[in-house]
Design a protein around this ligand. Structure first.
Ligand code: GAR
Length: 205
């Protein structure tokens, strides 16, 4: 990583429990990373409040403020670039980033998805897993590409589906495992570096 501690920009759209796990981990200097900014695509979300409570700068870039998705993507990229991130972490960010974003931050943007890729991509990973009837699901951390949850996989964690699960109980169990995976993996990426070789991602330089 060019900076030590590594500079993280985290993008959120909701409650921000994954962000909180990163903020807590970054309090330890040995973790090797710090959150330099938190961005969102909407106002008044707990994710932004969490950042503010930690004294981390925030910004909001809404699609509706722009005449096209491309203009939004460029504006978002500019806001992120201003904080000179080593790694961008999408943590419950419910928008697809576009061409401009990928041209600038491709290969160093990761996203966390609440399913075991390549199963159940998209916005409803826990609901789709439950409806399919799988017995094991989980979460996937991947390097963002132009597809929907298709990027090269950095880490995965498995979670059992219980007979009496509903979408909420299953998603909560996934999120507990997901936060641990995210903190562990982002820390290793920051401290050890990583190599993306086609679809294979290797931690360590
Ligand atoms: C997480 O489970 C994350 O994987 C999911 O939203 C949740 C955000 O929780 N993201 C997606 O589904 C993206 N397609 P959080 O706001 O409490 O971190």
């Amino acid at each position: 990583m060019p900076s030590s501690p590594a500079r993280l920009v985290v993008l959120v759209s909701g409650s921000g429990t994954n962000l909180q796990a990163l903020l807590d981990a970054c309090a330890d200097p040995a973790y090797g990373a710090r959150v330099v900014a938190v961005g969102a695509d909407r106002d008044d979300i707990e994710g932004l409040a969490r950042a503010e409570r930690h004294g981390v700068p925030t910004f909001v870039t809404k699609v509706g403020q722009f005449t096209s998705r491309e203009h939004w993507d460029r504006a978002l990229s500019d806001r992120v670039a201003a904080f000179e991130p080593d790694l961008v972490v999408l943590a419950g960010f419910m928008k697809l980033v576009g061409e401009d974003f990928l041209a600038r931050f491709g290969g160093r943007t990761v996203n966390t998805h609440p399913a075991l890729s390549p199963s159940f991509p998209g916005m409803h990973g826990p609901a789709d897993a439950l409806a399919y009837g799988v017995k094991v699901t989980g979460a996937t951390l991947f390097v963002v590409d132009a597809g929907v949850d298709t990027g090269a996989i950095v880490a995965q964690t498995a979670v059992p589906v219980e007979d009496d699960d509903d979408v909420e109980s299953l998603h909560e169990r996934i999120k507990a495992a997901e936060r641990a995976m995210l903190v562990d993996t982002v820390g290793r990426m920051a401290r050890e570096g990583f190599v993306v070789d086609g679809r294979r991602v290797r931690l360590g330089g």
